[in-house]
Ligand binder design. Sequence first.
Ligand code: AKG
Length: 340
Amino acid sequence: MQSFREIDASHVDSAHLKNELDSRGYALIRRLLPFEDIENLLRKIAQILSDEGWLLPNQQPIARAANLRAACSESDPAFKRLYEKVFNLEALHSFAHHPKVFEVMRLLVGPKLLVHPKPIVRLIFPNCDRSVIHAHQDHLAVGGDTNCFTAWLPLHDCPAELGPLQVLEGSHRFGLQDADPDTGVISKGNVRGREWVSGAINAGDALIFHSLTVHSASPNTSSQLRISMDCRFQDYSHILNPANFVFPGSNDRSWESTYAYWVSKDLKYFWKHLPLRFKPSIDELTTLVNTVDSERMRVRYGRILSQIKLQMPLDTMSEVDQGSLSSQLPLPQNPVHEGL
Ligand SMILES: O=C(O)CCC(=O)C(=O)O
């Protein structure tokens, strides 16, 4: 497999970054984030993992030595319980808004940069096949504008054995590709793009890719947990999937419970003052709740609708109604990212 092309953080400029994303579908920026800022977040997450017995007791939590007896993945109740604690960390959300990341994403997206409010943390046990994320495109799960970008940020060095991401260069040029409707996974035989690229991604590096770029994780064959974040960014004047602002998978999670122990108010509901354009809009969601055949989807739309109405006073929203309702059914939801 070819190695990633890379750009040093000291040499990033807007034209270069846009050109790399346009021609290859990704850019790997080396040495973007300071080590202290990464370590501060990693220590907090590792302590939660250690408290829950996910790490071997006789080693420092920061070493992330996995207790294989605790191995679990996203769909397991034990994972969900722990994930809640990690997601509620104020430091996690601040990290997604790190000035260095913000600056570089602004070069790519422009002045109306929106940080999607729900960053995803990956907690990947070694040698756990069901934790390995297979080839997919983020747009299927994230929805909204296709001009949305992911920044994948490991919280420690990720050599090949830790299972860093791989990217199919040029795959963003083929639109939404054929995927398994249940899992969102694109099979090797169907996938379209130029060539897969890979390599070590270190603490402080940012792998940035387009929402249509096909990517997958490689297996973690080490003895340590792999901990990374993926954060999404787009222009806030473009359409947004309201599911990205609420918790459609659960009635129990809320922003209020997330914020319960936060010290600063700065990032609480930071998107509320922005003139966001949801697709589906409130009116469309109301119709969907009453018309969609699948009971599961009716419940999901119902949760999105009630939560979005609660958090956003109607006079702050400018709604969008582009195209017919049938053109955007069903609201993208893909187990690759579901529930996080
Ligand atoms: O980190 C992983 O294992 C998967 C990340 C991913 O699929 C993404 O960032 O979209």
